[in-house]
Design a protein around this ligand. Sequence first.
Ligand code: G
Ligand code: G
Ligand code: MN
Ligand code: NA
Length: 254
Amino acid sequence: VALESEIQIGIQRGEFELFYQPQVDLHGATVAAEALLRWRHPIRGLVEPNDFIPVAESSGLIVQLGTQVITAACHKLQDWADDPELAPISVAVNISARQFRDARFVDDICAVLDATAIEPAKLVLELTESALLECVEETAEHMMELKKRGIRFALDDFGMGYSSLYYLKRLPIDQLKIDQRFVSDVLSDPNDLAIVRTIIALAQCLGLRVVAEGVETQATSGFLLAQKCHLQQGFLFSRPLPAAAYEQFMRERQ
Ligand code: G
Ligand code: G
Ligand code: MN
Ligand code: NA
């Protein structure tokens, strides 16, 4: 309960901040970023999502916090739209199951899209399979409505669930994100190698984009490039960065 009320206060005080981690395409260009939430706590310092997202989810505060996250991401996209070096960037935002199936979710996103006039395709919503599983009918309905507005969807942590193929068929998904647990040892573990190859081939056959996360070495990156994995994300390119540092990273890289 203590942490819950602290989160509530933190939301009111604007202590939550988005970091951005680059996603690099086949030509080595940074074309997207994943927005990752951090809590700048006045006493504890920078708090990682794993230390507060579970409580935000169980208390329902994730709905309010998630709206702040989407609003912040869309305002960042709006800022970047006027900057030639940053205009091409898409932003991927993580969405919790509880947040996604909330009755106000679609209206809230549409309101932010209208207020910022960003290109909807630049906003990618990352959902996990477990999020999809929790309430398939409502989730599918919300996805279809947002899809009509032009928003894109990524299936996060792909490969960790057990009924992915069913969702790929039923839901308007644009991207698969290969879980970093398969990527980290892809060059030393034959099973991970087989899994990563299969996911990339599956995505290509279905006409989906595929993102590998947790890319930490040049060798892994070279392998993924040879496999024509569309996007790569990981510490090799950059850790998640505060917005100003991400903008700096983009200016130095281009
Ligand atoms: O940045 P880091 O690797 O510590 O993130 C850990 C986990 O927190 C990841 O699973 C990520 O999906 C989740 N996460 C990060 N930011 C957000 C957010 O804004 N909303 C939700 N719901 N989850 C997030
Ligand atoms: O579950 P999700 O994929 O949203 O979580 C992304 C998490 O992975 C973030 O917490 C981010 O900090 C972390 N991450 C990003 N790149 C790397 C990497 O190259 N190696 C490791 N170990 N973690 C990473
Ligand atoms: Mn993610
Ligand atoms: Na992931």
